[in-house]
Design a protein around this ligand. Structure first.
Ligand code: GLP
Length: 261
């Protein structure tokens, strides 16, 4: 099962996730990171940037694959995930821009964009650690409820709920694209380590579904139950609907010293 760690704050969760990523990069300087967008991974990116400033490590060979991208936004749109990943992760971490791939949401090449992306991930040797947030609908990446556990990178239609949630980044809800390209749940399952983060009461139900609910495509986050190496980092509010909370706390408090996140 996933290791579930309940932390006092988003900042603490970011520090733990960043330490895990830093350890990976120090062991494998060309590590492949799976990069998420949204508010959730920000504390991880901030903590990692801080750690790299305090104690520099060569990250020039680190490679990265974004989880998803909107379809049809004009090149350079500030809310395209290409722009967001550049702003939130690539620049603050000092990653090499040419090493970072984002699914290509251009309409002209959309038909092959998914298979091209899968080929690029395979050619890189797969993702070493995938950072994940979770949406209120339970989506990971943009895999909305109903997404197949075998799905690979492809075009998806966003739910109205997700479009409303993401409207905060756009001028109006109507500006949020209806379609996206997202790594599939099958793609995510192939990553060697998943770090799922969630903060706040509004994520509690999705987190309970992912960790303790039935494994069902109606709760895409439950894909983590099929993965052998998952770390879930949550705050108290996001953990508030977990039934086995005492056990997760007990397991973490008694974690063998040789185990790392
Ligand atoms: C977005 C992204 C997901 C993200 C989720 C939660 O739409 N496509 O990758 O995990 O929704 O977003 P946030 O972290 O801002 O709550």
């Amino acid at each position: 099962m996933a290791e579930v760690v309940v932390l006092e704050s988003e900042t603490d969760a970011g520090i733990l996730a960043a330490a895990s990523i830093r350890r990976l990069i120090s062991q494998k300087p060309d590590a492949v990171l799976g990069l998420a967008t949204g508010s959730t991974p920000m504390s991880t990116y901030r903590a990692l940037a801080e750690s790299l400033r305090a104690d520099p490590l060569d990250v020039s060979r680190v490679r990265g694959f974004a989880l998803d991208e909107y379809v049809g936004l004009p090149a350079g749109h500030p809310e395209s995930y290409r722009a967001v990943i550049t702003r939130d992760a690539v620049e603050p971490l000092g990653l090499t821009p040419g090493n970072i791939r984002v699914p290509n949401g251009d309409l002209a090449t959309l038909e092959t964009a998914g298979s091209d992306y899968e080929a690029a991930i395979r050619a890189a040797g797969g993702v070493d650690v995938q950072i994940l947030g979770i949406g209120r609908t339970g989506h990971v990446g943009f895999n909305e409820p109903g997404s197949s556990f075998a799905s690979l990178t492809r075009v998806k239609t966003l739910t109205e709920k997700t479009r409303i949630d993401n409207a905060r980044f756009f001028m109006s809800p109507d500006d949020v694209p209806i379609h996206c390209l997202t790594q599939g749940l099958g793609t995510i399952r192939r990553a060697r380590h998943l770090i799922l983060l969630a903060f706040g009461e509004e994520k509690a139900e999705a987190i309970a579904g992912a960790i303790e609910g039935p494994v069902t495509s109606s709760s895409p986050g439950s894909v983590i139950q099929l993965h052998p190496h998952v770390t879930v980092l949550v705050d108290e509010a996001a953990a508030s609907r977990l039934t086995n909370l005492d056990y997760y706390r007990y397991a973490y408090a008694n974690k063998p010293a040789w185990q790392v996140v």
